[in-house]
Ligand binder design. Sequence first.
Ligand SMILES: Cc1ncc(C[n+]2csc(CCOP(=O)(O)OP(=O)(O)O)c2C)c(N)n1
Ligand code: SF4
Length: 498
Amino acid sequence: MPQDSKVGVNEPGKNGYELIHAKSAVFYDRYERKAELQHQTHYCPGCGHGIVHKLIAEAIEELGLQEKAIFVSPVGCSVFAYYYFNVGNVQVAHGRAPASATAIKRAHPDKIVISYQGDGDLAAIGTAEIVHAANRGEKITCFFVNNAIYGMTGGQMAPTTLVGQRSTTSPWGRRPGNEGFPFHVSELLCTLEGPAYIERVALADNKNIMRTRRAIRKALENQRDGVGFSLVEILSPCPTIWGKDPVEARRWVAENMIPVFPVNVFRDRKPAPVENAAVTQRPLAEVLEIHEKGSAATVPQHAHHFHELTVKIAGFGGQGVLLLGQLLTEMGMREGLEVSWLPSYGPEMRSGSAHCHVCLSKDRIGSPLISHPDVLIAMNEISLRKFAAQVKADGLILYNRDSLPADFEEPKARVICIPASEIADRLGSAKVANVVMMGALLEETEALSTKTAIGVIESKIRRVELLETNRKALESGQQFVDNKVWVGAVPQPDGFAY
Ligand SMILES: Cc1ncc(C[n+]2csc(CCOP(=O)(O)OP(=O)(O)O)c2C)c(N)n1
Ligand code: SF4
């Protein structure tokens, strides 16, 4: 089905936040095929994906689900599924469709959420996602296209590759002693309590295609009727990688795949009683404490002198670098700004180096990645040396020491040295050095209000004595900047420097 060029609308949020249903600019507005290719897909001749697409599209149409359906596209040859289904479309990372579909379905229980995956996607990189979504009995529908190979990447062995079947990574043919046995997804999922319906079908001949058609329809009806997790495994030809013509490939499904992966209804039952004990669902906005734009909670009480303020916070894991970023984003959100927070840390998180990018903006934020921040908060020397040169020339660096390292070439950006860790120690908790820095940032930039900062801190910290230390830390950072000035400048009586 062609994709409508205008799928996006900005509608005021019914649940207390703004919903933006718009296609990312990286996608074609309309995917037009040349006149002679109007009735073709990008799939190879004889590929099973095209047939499965047609059967799913027919079922969606016949069941009247088009307006409700959300298709979660995988990584694999069917990566362009969103060009063929004129429904809601979400493209997800390799193997992650069941996890994303879970989130979408839970946020929108009235929608029909379809996870579409190949065998490399579902049974290799995405094994955990499908097993746990099935085990939780998520009320989604999964279509699992098993063509016994990685098609898109040129024919590597998949978990479902048959014993003796050649692939680029098993040129000798799959040997169980080396590569293990073909992986039986339907049988495996059938050991779990969660699934409501599991059937394996095959695109082996017309009779089997009709059976596939019925299974696909049933799996969608199940979701429409609120029945639990449904999965249809479809044995599917991949003529190109198998090195066969379309007719031979279909025959190969019948003669070689079905004996190993028997077609069967493995599970067909209504949800177990325990599933009926409804879990209370709260609206997403309420869980995330998101307030409707323009509501009293988000109307800025503070004048923001910037259009966009970008901050990079860097230091050791354990210095509260990531938390400081989260606090600033939360504050921005409470003051009605668009915000983003992007963390980055090594496998060692605690004690390893960590940094995060924070963006506060009056406009929607295109990318959370910040190459040249307005402000760098460097909690240690390594971070200063690593990131100082990235800061904009008219930017600001807050450095967690009382002076710059002797051999450090002063950057173009202004620098304020604040012994935040020492101040925090004096206050009785090394952990609040990040809040000292927050105080310094607020005082120097006036980007966000102190009142909001205190509100956010109060909502995050329950222990009274800790709360007091944090309040003092914020105040100390502010006072420090008030009384001190940046390196190399001449202090003035009013505390400002020129
Ligand atoms: C994280 C990640 N790892 C690896 C890849 C490369 N990759 C793209 S498609 C694919 C396998 C697809 O095979 P399958 O799911 O069987 O789908 P098919 O192409 O056969 O329909 C792989 C490994 C990727 N895109 N992303
Ligand atoms: S490589 Fe295989 S799975 Fe991919 S489009 Fe071609 S036939 Fe289909």
